[in-house]
Ligand binder design. Structure first.
Ligand code: KMH
Ligand code: ZN
Length: 276
């Protein structure tokens, strides 16, 4: 039957806009509500970005604190993962604003890549600095891998002691500028990991649901959400994040694997319990 499958929901990201889909949440209240709806639909982990009320990306600690407080005060035990990627063009200092109390995981981007027409910069010194801050804060790092060469950076970080177990690996496939989805690519990436580690796949755009199915078949975990994909099916916008989580949960059930609760996700990923 295999390990229980963890569903992560990336509820907002930094790029998608309400002009593209009315379901994109902006305010802390909307982002917290979207996270709670995703949790009720079966997500164990939420990947958080924040926005200014007009939709511009924000890494402000105040915004993240409000989102986290709203999730917790609603009684949710969701695993909270904060983005240190933020948006293209932000400084590392700005990006680190997201690491507020209550966060349990944080993303650690493994390199620089073309991101559509822009460049998402993550120099090796940037990565080392962000890894250090994640460690100081006692958070579980999630290494975002967009391309095969980034696994060499992961190996380098491990060899130099900048990163150590436990950590989590996220393959983000389908960014224009990174590796695309597909079985050959994913198998190659998993086989090329420097050491065994838990991994998840986020498929961007049309790659989302095919990557969910493939990852479940190959023993990985899955990520869905409006950050990665706005559509429930070709040409049909998703009602909300929860609809994408529901679709992923159905695929977990069809795969024969059981769905991990947040508590089970913490055990699998070796995350300290948020309430002590
Ligand atoms: N918004 C992208 C440029 C992360 O969350 O760490 C980066 C991103 C990755 O979303
Ligand atoms: Zn993100």
């Amino acid at each position: 039957m295999g390990e229980k499958a963890i569903v992560t929901c990336a509820v907002v990201g930094a790029e998608v806009t309400r002009a593209q889909s009315p379901a994109v949440p902006y305010t802390p209240e909307e982002i917290a509500r979207a996270s709670l709806d995703a949790w009720r639909a079966g997500a164990a982990v939420v990947h958080l970005h924040a926005r200014h009320p007009d939709g511009r990306p924000s890494q402000s600690a105040a915004h993240f604190r409000e989102i986290v407080d709203r999730i917790r005060s609603a009684g949710s035990d969701l695993v909270i993962q904060c983005s240190t990627g933020g948006a293209v063009g932000m400084s590392v200092d700005e990006r680190l604003g997201s690491l507020v109390d209550g966060a349990e995981m944080a993303t650690l981007n493994m390199g620089t890549l073309n991101f559509g027409d822009e460049v998402f910069v993550n120099s090796r010194p940037d990565i080392v600095r962000i890894a250090g801050r994640i460690r100081e804060r006692g958070l579980l790092p999630e290494c975002e891998v967009y391309d095969a060469g980034m696994l060499e950076t992961l190996r380098w970080l491990l060899d130099r002691g900048h990163l150590a177990q436990p950590y989590h690996v996220q393959f983000v496939l389908g960014v224009p500028g990174g590796m695309s989805g597909g079985e050959r690519n994913l198998r190659f990436l998993v086989e090329s990991m420097p050491e065994p580690a838990h991994w998840t796949v986020a498929g961007i755009g049309r790659h989302e649901m095919p990557m969910v199915e493939l990852s479940l078949r190959l023993g990985g975990h899955v990520r869905v959400g409006l950050e990665d994909n706005l559509y429930a099916s070709k040409g049909v916008l998703a009602r909300d994040n929860a609809e994408l989580v529901e679709a992923a949960v159905q695929k977990v059930q069809a795969s024969g694997r059981a769905l991990a609760t947040p508590a089970e996700a913490r055990r699998i990923l070796e995350i300290p319990s948020h309430d002590g």
